[in-house]
Design a protein around this ligand. Sequence first.
Ligand code: MN
Ligand code: MN
Length: 318
Amino acid sequence: MADPIGPVDSSKVPRYAGRDGFARLPRLDQVGRADVVVAGVPFDSGVSYRPGARFGPTHIREASRLLRPYHPALDVSPFAIAQVADAGDIAVNPFNIGEAIETIEDAAISLTEGGTRLVTFGGDHTIALPLLRAAAKRHGPVALLHFDAHLDTWDTYFGAEYTHGTPFRRAFEEGIIDTEALSHVGTRGPLYGKRDLEDDRRFGFGIVTSSDVYHQGVNEVIAKLRDRIGDRPLYISIDIDVLDPAHAPGTGTPEAGGMTSRELLEILRGFRGLNLIGADVVEVSPPYDHAELTGVAASHVAYDLVSLLALRHDEGIA
Ligand code: MN
Ligand code: MN
């Protein structure tokens, strides 16, 4: 394959001009195929509190214009070792959640054909279910690291089975996640009752709470999670509300006492070498953001995920 086509050269075109794709990368249709793609899912019909995440993909892309091509902490130029492109947004029905879920699954299957790795920008957390279905079709039941203030293993809400609070319960019921290797990270805040935790444990989830991250520290958390995941195919789902509202105010269901963006990025960097196959960053709601705090955090988190996937590609592991 030809040399990768990288982002727009910021020494020639200032960062606030030019392409509007993630990190000013080319569009997928400009490069034909890619090793890593990002795609947006502008969908927030599954939210239980504040809406607005349908505008998340655009906001993450806008905040990503300041991302530079070399990642010093991982010592990698992700856009040079892999063809990375922006596939744009998946157009989903805002009035029919069932249909939206099917559209997302189909799009994810088609985008990952031939082994392309996908990082998806939400959208609310409902979208993780079809993304996991697509991942499981390719890899079998996947290990899951779920960064979130919330468990998202609730059953129904107002009678609805498919909402942003239920994707991982549905994924367990469908047998698409590996129950030996599931962890929530950053969980905190009040629950409806103790039963929430009992159900969650029954599905196989381990929990690293936000307090655990504080008391144990990032390195111990990384070691524990790596031990649990091993070399299984791993999917990472990041609800931006895992960060404290001080770091990510622009989200649907904020909870006090969250991680800093530094802690989250450090944990992700500790996953180098794991068999990461795909990821999402969800629940960015720009109407509640200010000073681009949430957008900057989400775009940097996405950059780290893309970098890990590019490294994985470079190691030649499908
Ligand atoms: Mn959440
Ligand atoms: Mn969530």
